[in-house]
Structures are given as structure tokens and as C-alpha cells.
Design a protein around this ligand. Structure first.
Ligand SMILES: [Zn+2]
Length: 526
């Protein structure tokens, strides 16, 4: 085992400290460079599209790291997990920073046995579903993402309130359950599923699957998709994300075959004998990843546990990301709203860029490899982007397929927010490197299906979206702009927002006319 754990902690009132270094009041952001670089048709880039780190290598902003009193021993729980076949697992109350389970939210409870060496997982899944649609339901639709891989997903049994169900189908990613009895509005029901996974090799573009040194379990279980007059389950597209999630409560009890395997998950671990329990409430997903080679660095922002998981040879990048995560979580906590979960794990894997899940984000190994200790790097800019998705994806949900700008433009602009407040001399670099080089254009409110190429999609959603938010920020001034974002977050926390919701909140909060900006960047009328 090459595991080492460095316990570092920080005293962070970072955002306020950093904010104090800037002029008070409604100052406008640093100017966006106006020189556009023409990109030729043969210009290449990484998918999101990131460029090689430039030669100038500035140090990361300094945060104060001091020894901590964070307990390293996890609490001993008083409950005994029922056998995996149980349908009503106990959920004893434990203190947690996350909100308690909500009666309206769907609850997912798993007892899963994970065999790292053989790359298999067997799970009993209990879904407590409350019909908050306002409509009588005769059918329930679940997404089954692992069934997109041949031979990966096996459904062993399915029942509702203890009665076996037979009238169901699983086709591709879509599971349809025809209910024996109509589920009336306001009624609740419980589904019990037993399934197995034969975890497939990981594709480079995605996170789910195994590598020789790592297994990633992301979008690995059936879940009930949102209902907006009809069930929301979009088709895959060749780029972008298509799954839409309601906010839900997760309890995952995990038993791992090899105790030396290190698990990084969406929530902190609570060890209970041979089981380890993870809980995250008001989240979109529960993801975890395993490796027998992870190195771990650890810190905290207030009560939020922050860890980076990386591999030997990338210690500098792992620590750099930890410092960036401490800065970003502290800053975004102040600028957007409280961090929504108990922990954040930042994990190295072999992907083209990064990928967000609740409480856990992945970043590509090539960013670790090119990192030279500077915030002027893909590792830090894309790392911060993925971290900001804890607000723009996890806390405030949206339809990633039809209105992808609601999380991606905000996440991209959050990179600017990070540099503006932590390292303002890098703001010009960031705009040139991340945005202007590619000549952003296109409707910000377009869907993933409106774009025939990844370049067109990114230029409209991520980059022109960042331009829109910059212009909005400039028009409103910092105080009003971030006050509006906090209001937007507050209104739509643990819900799903639409472009209409964003614009409606904006019109109510803005003390200046923003109509021309809406018209300039959006094709729809809001
Ligand atoms: Zn993103």
C-alpha cells in the first residue's frame, strides 16, 4: 500500500479575507480582454476546450494551513445493519451538516457488496417514492445508466410494497414499471430492487467503469427520473450530459471485499463493523470510487471535510488541488450560498477533462501531469469549475440536456469568480486562455441537441454563457450580482431551476435594466 494521509486543516474565513482585499461596494469586475484570437478550423483542444498551460507559472494563492483538531476516528454507530434483503433498513439520526431527509424527496437506501478485484457489485436498493407530481401515476420511469453497457446490469428482483412486480421492462437506459394500482397524488410507495453489476472497462470520455488501478461507480444504480407532466429521460447525445435528477436522500451501506481498498465517496464514511455507511441528503447522485493506490490529502472548510485522492507521482497536484478546493469552497460559500454537503472529494482519473457529482468530482490525469504548482493551469481552473458544480448542479438542479447553460455557464463563470477574488492578476489570462481564444458565439439557452459539434456546443453554452454572465455582472456591479446569485440559489436550492426561473429572479432582483442582455444572448422569450 502506498497510502499516506496528510492531515492538514485551515482556518478559513477565506472569502471574507479575500473580499476585504478588494475595494468595497459595487465595483465592476476586471475588464474582459477585448482582443479576440481567431481560431482556425484545424484548431485542436481538449474537449472542454482547454489549452496547454502557458509558460508563466505563478504560485497558488496562499491559505493558512495549520494543524487541525478534526477527528480522524469515525464515530461508532449504534445501529446494526439488517441483512441485505431487508426492505426497511434503520436510519438512525446522526448529526450532519446536510439537511435531514425530507418527506417529499425520494429516498434511496442501498446495501451493496463490492468486490474490487473482480469488479462486481451486488446491491439491494430500496426506493421510497412520494408522489408529489400532483397527478395520479400508473407508470413509473427509472433511468438505469449502467444498462447502456452490454452485460453490465442484471436485475434480479423487483417488488413494490413487498409484492413482486412482473409488469416492467428495461430497454437501454429506460426502465418502465406499470403499477398494479394507481399511485394517487400525495401517496407514497416503496420499491425494492435487487441488482448486480459486472463493472465494464472505463471509456476514456466517461467516468463509470474500471481501470487497472481504479474502479469508478458513477450513475451506477436505477433511479426515478423527474416528472414534469411527463417523465424526463432524454436520449444520450454525442457530447454533453443528458440525465436529469431530482434532489433525493441517499443512504449507502457498503461492504468492500478488500479492506485495503480506499474508497472516495459523495459523503463521509461512517464505519460500522464490516459495513460502511454513507449518507448525503438533498443530492442528485451518489458516486464512489475505489483504488488500492490512492494517496490522500485532507483539509477542511468549517465543518466541510475536503480530500483529494491522487496517485503516486502527482503529490504536488494533489496538494495544489487541496489548496484550491479550500479557497473555492470558502469563496463560493460566501458568494453563492452555503456549501450543501458534509464533504468534498476531488479524485484523479483518466478522463479528457473533469466530471462533477454531488460531493465528489473527477479531474483528468493529464491536468495533474502538466501541473507546475500554479493557479495558472488547467488543473486549478477546471478543478474549480467542477467544484462549483456543487452549487450549479448539486444544490440548484436543472435540465442538463435542454438547458445546459444553467449549470455549465455558471460553472465556467465561477472560474472567473475564483480568480477575480483569489488571484486577480490571472483574470486577464483566464479570459484569454479559457474563453476568448475560441471566439465564443451562439445562443446561450440552446440545448445539447441544437449543436452538431462539440465546439459549437462549448462556444455557445460554456463560453458565450460566461460572456453573458460577465456582462450581467458588469451591468449590475459585484454586490448586486452576487446578491442575485445568492437569491437564485436560495429560491431553487434542492429544486430544479429553468431559464425562466433564472430570468424571473434576475428581473426581480436587478436594479438596472437587463432586457437587452437577455435579448442579445437568448433565443427564447423569458
Ligand atoms: Zn461543467
Amino acid at each position: 500500500m502506498q497510502s499516506h494521509s496528510r492531515l492538514i486543516a485551515c482556518i478559513v474565513m477565506l472569502a471574507s479575507i479575500l473580499a476585504c482585499s478588494l475595494p468595497a461596494g459595487a465595483v465592476t469586475p476586471a475588464p474582459r480582454p477585448i482582443t479576440l484570437v481567431t481560431v482556425g478550423p484545424d484548431a485542436t483542444s481538449t474537449p472542454t476546450p482547454f489549452q496547454p498551460a502557458a509558460a508563466v507559472d505563478l504560485p497558488l494563492p496562499t491559505v493558512t494551513l495549520v494543524p487541525t483538531e478534526i477527528p480522524t476516528d469515525l464515530p461508532t454507530l449504534t445501529f446494526t445493519p439488517p441483512p441485505p434483503t431487508a426492505t426497511e433498513p434503520a436510519m438512525p439520526e446522526q448529526p450532519t451538516a446536510s439537511p435531514p431527509p425530507s418527506g417529499d424527496r425520494t429516498q434511496y437506501i442501498f446495501y451493496a457488496e463490492f468486490d474490487y478485484a473482480n469488479r462486481t457489485l451486488g446491491a439491494d436498493e430500496t426506493i421510497r417514492y412520494f408522489n408529489s407530481t400532483g397527478q395520479p401515476l400508473t407508470e413509473i420511469i427509472l433511468a438505469v445508466p449502467p444498462n447502456l453497457w452490454d452485460g453490465a446490469f442484471f436485475l434480479n428482483s423487483l417488488s413494490q410494497d413487498g409484492n413482486p412486480l412482473s409488469n416492467y421492462s428495461v430497454t437501454g437506459e429506460r426502465m418502465s414499471i406499470i403499477l398494479p394500482q394507481t399511485l394517487e397524488p400525495g401517496a407514497a410507495t416503496t420499491f425494492s430492487l435487487s441488482f448486480s453489476l459486472s463493472i465494464p472497462p472505463k471509456r476514456y470520455e466517461g467516468t463509470f467503469g474500471y481501470l487497472g488501478y481504479q474502479v469508478n461507480l458513477t450513475d451506477w444504480y436505477p433511479f426515478i427520473v423527474p416528472y414534469d407532466g411527463s417523465w424526463v429521460l432524454h436520449n444520450q447525445w454525442s457530447f454533453g450530459e443528458h440525465l436529469v435528477y431530482d434532489s433525493a436522500d441517499f443512504e449507502v451501506n457498503l461492504k468492500v471485499s478488500d479492506p485495503t481498498v480506499i474508497i472516495a465517496a459523495s459523503a463521509p464514511a461512517e464505519v460500522n463493523g464490516e459495513w460502511t455507511r454513507y449518507r448525503i441528503y438533498g443530492a442528485r447522485t451518489f458516486a464512489f470510487t475505489a483504488s488500492d493506490r490512492y494517496l490522500v490529502s485532507e483539509s477542511a472548510v468549517g465543518a466541510v471535510l475536503i480530500r483529494t485522492y491522487y496517485f503516486s507521482g502527482f503529490e504536488g497536484a494533489g496538494d495544489g488541488l487541496l489548496r484550491a478546493a479550500v479557497s473555492a469552497v470558502g469563496l463560493f460559500d460566501a458568494k453563492f450560498g452555503p456549501y450543501p454537503y458534509d464533504s468534498l472529494s476531488v479524485v484523479q482519473t483518466d478522463v479528457p477533462d473533469g466530471q462533477e457529482f454531488d460531493g465528489l468530482v473527477f479531474l483528468g490525469t493529464k491536468f495533474y501531469a502538466e501541473y507546475g504548482g500554479s493557479a495558472k493551469s488547467n488543473l486549478i481552473s477546471i478543478g474549480v469549475h467542477e467544484m462549483s458544480h456543487q452549487w450549479w448542479f448539486g444544490l440548484v438542479g436543472s435540465d442538463q440536456a435542454m438547458e445546459p447553460w444553467l449549470d455549465e455557464a455558471l460553472a465556467t463563470y465561477s472560474e472567473n469568480t475564483f480568480y477575480y477574488y483569489t488571484n486577480p492578476r490571472l483574470v486577464d489570462w483566464w479570459w484569454g486562455f479559457r474563453v476568448n481564444y475560441f471566439g465564443p458565439s451562439g445562443w446561450v439557452d440552446s440545448s445539447i441537441y441544437d449543436h452538431g459539434t462539440f465546439r459549437s456546443y462549448v462556444n455557445a453554452i460554456y463560453l458565450n454563457g460566461a460572456n453573458f454572465l460577465y456582462d450581467l455582472n458588469t451591468r449590475m456591479g459585484d454586490d448586486d450580482f452576487y446578491s442575485f446569485l445568492r437569491d437564485y440559489v436560495s429560491r431553487y436550492s434542492r429544486r430544479r431551476a429553468t431559464t425562466y426561473d433564472f430570468v424571473t429572479t434576475l428581473r426581480q432582483d436587478a436594479r438596472v435594466d437587463v432586457s437587452d442582455l437577455i435579448q442579445a444572448y437568448f433565443q427564447g422569450s423569458y
